[in-house]
Ligand binder design. Sequence first.
Ligand code: NAP
Length: 249
Amino acid sequence: MSNTESLSGKVALITGASRGIGKEIAMELSKLGAEVFINYSSSDEKAEEVVNSIKNNGGKAHKLKFDVSKEDSVSSAFDKIIKINGSIDILVNNAGITRDGLLMRMKSEQWDEVLNTNLKGVFLCTKYASKFMMKKRSGNIVNISSVVGIIGNPGQANYSAAKAGVIGFTKTCAKEFASRGINVNAIAPGFIETEMTEKLNTEEIVKAIPLKRLGSCSQIANLVSFLVSSNAGSYITGQTISIDGGMSI
Ligand code: NAP
């Protein structure tokens, strides 16, 4: 089987795929033949554009609006996926937000919003996806963590706690699901050029990156596709793979 068909017949849900890293992951998995569900929380038009561009390239894609932090909405989203396809093979937990501020000034709402989306959202989507993957005795889950979950970052106590939580969660799920043929890994990107990093002072950031440049969404997407579609990836589970230009060294 050629690499371009390696995910043919597989169904993938990518959370937060209306833009940035998630969009690129969805495009990449579609190129490999997967039927993709494009989740988002509010950007209808952007999600529509992603779906159209995948369809224009001959792929299969569906828009799926739901809030990853709300169990009711996650549950009904999985009902829709199963109704359309009968199964799910790949879950990429990518949806994420930032609500930065120094701890002294951080409000409980800022803490809750970030933990609910970035950590509880990963728990909920994994719980519902794994139910179907377990029955099938195969599946692949990739959680998008962050370099900040490994080394911390002033002003991001909420975000770093959530992203560190994702790493522990990944290891536990990998151990719980291994006997059912489900691989679970995390990716810890450094600073990647997206809307999330647009507002930051990149000149200062680059000084702290050994490779002296930001990363791109396509590099993260390539790493996801390696994990979910390659022979080598099939023997990797429970790992957190850093892709950060050396920031976490
Ligand atoms: P982004 O451009 O801000 O996009 C975030 C995506 O998440 C959007 O599609 C957004 O949907 C969706 N989303 C937000 N809250 C949601 C919710 N409650 N339910 C469903 N979808 C929701 O982000 P990004 O920079 O591509 O980052 C993607 C992931 O990589 C995040 O987990 C982020 O923490 C992580 N990461 C990013 C970087 C970086 O440098 N960019 C570095 C390390 C890790 P709408 O468009 O509808 O709002």
